[in-house]
Design a protein around this ligand. Structure first.
Ligand code: HEM
Length: 151
């Protein structure tokens, strides 16, 4: 169980960086397209798909981790009584699920938009999702529940 737990946390931690870099690139492409009044191109759609795939993988890993984490800490009663652990089961998980839903809604809204409005929708939806993700990551400087930058 310990090895499985460590493996899942490591994968979840590494994938965080894939999400951060893809998110930044997708925001760069959409901002450049929107403010530069560029024609829609498939490149933006391709990277937006990669970003969503990385988010879905993270959601799957997170859902498994949720229960492995509770089991490793000795059950829900302990975890909810301890603010550092509760952060992962409440603030972190809930905010990340909301961010992933907003990103998927953004993908749908971008597909439905007229070509000249696609970059704008992509930037707004993905921008909100990305901000929620950034503030919900347990960065090392966060008091109580900060984690390392990789392992
Ligand atoms: C964009 C989405 C997400 C990102 C970027 C993210 C990022 C992270 C990071 C960086 C950690 C710390 C890993 C470490 O200790 O090295 C973590 C821990 C954790 N995450 Fe996520 N996460 C995301 C989504 C989720 C979701 C959707 C859930 C649950 C539904 C979840 C559940 C957890 C749990 C339970 C832990 C604590 C794991 C443990 O210490 O055993 N995460 N997450």
């Amino acid at each position: 169980m310990d090895t499985l737990h460590t493996m899942l946390v490591d994968l979840h931690s590494i994938n965080r960086w894939i999400i951060v870099f893809l998110g930044l690139y997708v925001l760069f492409l959409s901002a450049r397209g929107w403010f530069g009044k560029r024609a829609w191109d498939d490149n933006a759609g391709k990277f937006s798909k990669y970003f969503l795939i990385a988010l879905d993988v993270q959601l799957l890993l997170g859902l498994i981790l949720y229960f492995v984490f509770v089991a490793s800490q000795g059950g829900f009663d302990y975890v909810f009584g301890n603010p550092a652990s509760r952060f992962f089961l409440m603030e972190h998980s809930v905010m990340m699920v909301i961010a992933i839903i907003i990103a998927h809604a953004g993908n749908y809204a971008t597909k439905k938009a007229q070509p000249e409005g696609k970059f704008k929708r992509m930037f707004i939806f993905y921008g909100i999702a990305f901000l929620l993700i950034l503030v919900s990551i347990p960065w090392p400087f966060m008091p109580g529940f900060g984690r390392s930058l990789l392992f």
